[in-house]
Write a protein that binds this ligand. Structure first.
Ligand code: SAH
Ligand code: SF4
Length: 371
């Protein structure tokens, strides 16, 4: 399961760790700062573009680090709202990174709000019954550098889309850790990656605009609450009672609601910010009025925001989304109960935007091509 690339990705180094490596080779500390500018402000693709470094230093870097830990394979667009990037890793594994554009009234597409959704693992070990990412289990964790490099690919995609000169600053508004994988099951790598994305010498992306979504690894939620980073938390609830949640999320057996909900409360109290409860609406599984009422009580009590997501069908799985009237009826119960609630209008269904689906199809096509 553990994949050890011959060379670690340089995007997984912090300023301190890179400085230490360079100093151990006899180079001054300012070289690290120069390299970080090439990586995060210029986003170069080759070591030779780092023209203010000596040839021997560039040769040492090339021998020591991977500069392109992900390779762009293809992009799929849906109604100009969602772009899905399929990326290949060093061991040929595939991951997905999604750009979701929310057009704003009166402004051009270029100025729409952009949310980036990143992956943290190849596959997922949590085995939620409705999810394409978990269908074939966990293949491996992503390294911090592979996680960070997804954002470099997004920036490049945006640079080419807008046909502008390469922007020094990243041009997206929100980052959600909601792609393939369970981020808290790859804890050290995701914390390191988010630290790099957040740092001024990295991508300089504000922690308040980062949301991490988890299926509910209680001890790790507690650990995350103590991190100085200050990111936002979303919890995939999908069931307002243990009975319903357990049917679709095996993790609920290990950490049932009586353990999960206090951990969410602890997190929001420490951070002074509302957590989000995500709730996929699946027809005849969790969309009853009774579930809506129970969810309303939980959210009210936790002072949490609820994000209702109509289920995105996955090929080969039996689950379906309820009709719009039923979705609205569910949302109404929460709204009338004084809970902050959004019913997500679906974006990107046409390009399989739910986590893991595009990757799964491409893997299957590959298998087909081979076999
Ligand atoms: N593993 C983490 C983050 C990745 S999944 C988690 O589970 O929270 C991101 C979100 O997509 C989760 O809320 C997940 O339940 C949801 N999701 C998975 N499959 C989906 C589908 N087919 N339709 C709609 N949402 C889905
Ligand atoms: Fe993993 Fe999240 Fe999918 Fe569950 S919903 S299998 S935790 S990626």
């Amino acid at each position: 399961m553990l994949f050890t690339p011959e060379k670690p990705a340089i995007h997984g180094e912090t300023r301190d760790s890179l400085t230490a490596r360079l100093q151990a080779e006899g180079h001054p500390a300012f070289r690290a700062r120069q390299i970080l500018v090439w990586l995060y402000k210029k986003r170069v693709r080759t070591w030779d573009e780092m023209t203010n470094l000596s040839r021997p230093l560039r040769a040492w870097l090339a021998a020591t680090f991977e500069l392109e830990p992900t390779r762009f394979v293809l992009t799929r667009q849906s109604e100009d709202v969602t772009d899905k990037l399929l990326l290949e890793l060093g061991d040929r594994s595939l991951i997905e990174t999604v750009i979701i554009r929310a057009p704003q009234l009166g402004v051009g597409q270029e100025n729409s709000r952009k949310t980036i959704c990143i992956s943290t693992q190849v596959g997922c070990a949590m085995g939620c019954k409705f999810c394409a990412s978990g269908l074939e289990g966990l293949k491996r964790n992503l390294s911090a550098g592979e996680i960070v490099h997804q954002l470099i690919q997004v920036c490049r995609q945006e640079d080419s889309r807008t046909l502008r000169a390469r922007a020094e600053l990243v041009s997206f508004d929100n980052l959600v850790v909601m792609g393939m994988g369970e981020p808290l099951h790859n804890y050290d790598a995701i914390i390191r990656a988010l630290t790099i994305l957040n740092a001024g010498w990295g991508l300089g992306f504000g922690a308040r605009r980062i949301t991490l979504s988890t299926s509910g690894l209680v001890p790790k939620i507690k650990q995350l609450a103590d991190e100085p980073l200050g990111i936002r938390l979303a919890v995939s609830l999908h069931g307002a009672t243990d009975e319903v949640r357990e049917q679709i999320m095996p993790i609920n057996k290990k950490w049932p609601l009586k353990e999960l909900l206090p951990a969410v409360r602890e997190f929001s109290e420490k951070h002074g910010r509302m957590a989000t409860l995500e709730f996929i609406l699946i027809s005849d599984v969790n969309d009853s009025l009774e579930q809506a009422q129970k969810l309303r009580d939980i959210a009210y009590d936790l002072h949490a925001h609820v994000n209702l997501i109509p289920y995105n069908t996955v090929e080969g799985l039996p689950w379906k989304r309820p009709g719009l009237t039923r979705q609205k009826r569910f949302a109404r119960v929460l709204f009338d109960g004084g809970v902050s609630v959004t019913l997500r209008r679906e974006k990107g269904h046409a390009i399989d935007a739910a986590c893991g689906q595009l990757r799964l199809k491409t893997e299957k096509a590959r298998e087909g091509a081979v076999g």
